[in-house]
Design a protein around this ligand. Structure first.
Ligand SMILES: *Cc1c(COP(=O)(O)O)cnc(C)c1O
Length: 479
């Protein structure tokens, strides 16, 4: 399996190359040069595989044997998935009104990002140990990526991690989940800005090629292919658990932000999994506008919603979707993306939309009121609490419940425990206090204040980290 840039100026790369990279050198995202196709018989043979087993099957298809042996790969997946609280890892709850909740949140930080990041952390560590190398991971987060990434690499010898979080825009619990991680290799900035604003200095760092090389800088935002790859597995798992018979179609409703999750679903579909999807978003509706009528354009500022992990205006994985639905026409992706970058808008061509709509059959925008009423209704009918992100998809289920004709699942991307404010605002009489212990734990973080030079601060920090490491390794050599 080889990788290329979605914009075509690089190709022939290994999995390891793209795992350790951020953006491609031409500004694109890394993607597989081709997608493996599964036959119906192959699908049937996987139908009873466990979730970790499916992660292995998918990773094996996208990482060649020369890069990691099957024994090593299997060990690595099993060891990292041990951190999950339920043995099945992913559980499905069948609620009233044909509402099937696919619980993807049983990881260490109670969000679905743990599924991918725990394995990606393991893969990074595997190669770092093998080559005695060090890296600095740079993460911008709108809430959940940060804590999930931190949990997957805290205390690791070969890794430092710098996280920028949008202060006041993720929930207090989410912020505490990050700032209470105080290991020496962890560096957290609370930024006075929104998640798109804090992406700017990060993007600038990644676009400076020699800086990236000198400091072994890597990204594990969903621009990282490794994450998308691991996420393909939960679509297979959901499918097998929800379909009556392998071969029939299942519809999955996906709470969507930067579109890394739904991209994995589209890849699963391309590989031959009979699913369709609905992209559901909060009032930040760029993904819905793009996928419903081809209007890929930035309109206004990011709006703070009850589902903060989806408060995003520049969903970078749209680029991977364009690659998929142009049938891997990199030249075309490059033209479209360069126009988007120049003008902040581009129209997705008709033929691409037609092909896309066969997989992502509908989009749905939920307001904060829609989120609250869906949370309340799920609770009233089932005594079950969903998180506000999951509620975005549940709202679509209630809105469009008639005659789907196929089994349907709502991907539950986080546990409600992370969002006690939203639960209270929805007038659900359940106390979400399982994370209250965070309030009394020691914290560690730094600031990026409004008006300061965030890019400068970030560069200096990264240089410091590299210097400290060089100093440390000298000390060790001296004995
Ligand atoms: C990250 C996140 C999302 C959005 O996922 P994308 O892959 O960015 O579309 C949705 N819900 C929760 C809880 C998240 O943490």
């Amino acid at each position: 399996m080889k990788y290329c840039s979605s914009r075509g100026l690089e190709s022939g790369l290994s999995f390891r190359d793209v795992l350790f990279a951020g953006y491609a050198k031409d500004g694109g995202l890394y993607v597989p040069e081709e997608f493996p196709k599964l036959t119906l018989d192959e699908l049937k043979s996987m139908a009873h595989t466990s979730y970790p087993g499916l992660v292995f099957e998918m990773a094996r298809k996208f990482i060649s044997e020369q890069e990691i042996s099957s024994v090593q790969l299997k060990d690595l997946i099993d060891n990292n998935i041990k951190k999950f609280t339920t043995p099945e890892v992913v559980e499905i709850k069948q609620l009233n009104g044909e509402l099937n909740i696919v619980e993807l949140f049983h990881g260490p930080t109670l969000a679905f990002k743990d599924l991918a990041l725990s394995v990606v952390g393991g893969l990074l560590n595997f190669y770092l140990k093998e080559n005695q190398q060090n890296i600095t991971i740079l993460v911008g987060t709108s809430g959940d990526t940060g804590s999930s990434a931190l949990m997957s690499v805290r205390g690791e010898e070969h890794t430092d991690i710098v996280v920028l979080l949008p202060h006041g825009r993720c929930t207090r619990t989410q912020e505490l989940q990050m700032t209470t991680i105080i290991d020496d290799n962890v560096h957290i900035y609370r930024v006075e800005g929104n998640s798109d604003e804090l992406d700017e200095p990060i993007k600038k760092c990644f676009h400076d090629e020699s800086f990236v090389a000198n400091h072994n800088l890597i990204s594990i935002n969903s621009i990282n292919w490794g994450r998308v790859m691991v996420q393909i597995a939960h679509y297979f798992y959901s499918y097998f658990r929800l379909c009556g018979e392998v071969g029939e179609v299942v519809q999955l409703l996906v709470p969507t932000g930067a579109a890394g999750n739904i991209t994995a679903g589209c890849i699963a579909q391309k590989m031959g999994l009979p699913i369709t999807m609905v992209a559901t978003v909060n009032t930040n509706d760029i993904v819905a506008r793009t996928l419903s009528c081809g209007d890929f354009s930035v309109k206004g500022e990011v709006v703070k919603s009850l589902a903060p992990a989806m408060d995003i205006q520049v969903p970078y994985n749209i680029e991977r979707l364009l690659y998929l639905f142009t049938d891997q026409d990199r030249q075309r992706v490059r033209c479209l993306m360069e126009k988007f970058e120049r003008e902040n808008r581009v129209r997705v061509p008709e033929d691409v939309m037609t092909s896309l709509k066969q997989t992502i059959v509908e989009t749905f925008v939920a307001s904060d009121d829609d989120i609250k009423s869906a949370m309340r209704r799920v609770y009233e009918e089932n005594k079950y609490v969903v998180c506000p992100h999951t509620a975005v998809a549940a709202a679509y289920h209630y809105y469009q419940n008639e005659s789907v004709g196929v089994p349907r699942g709502v991907l539950a991307t986080a546990a409600p425990d992370k969002f006690p404010e939203a639960v209270t605002e929805s007038e659900i009489p359940v106390k979400m206090d399982s994370l209250q212990h965070l309030e009394t734990m020691p914290t560690k973080s730094m600031w990026m204040r409004k008006g300061e030079d965030w890019y400068g601060i970030l560069r200096t920090k990264i240089e410091e980290i590299t210097d400290r490491r060089k100093y440390k390794s000298k000390e060790i050599k001296k004995g």
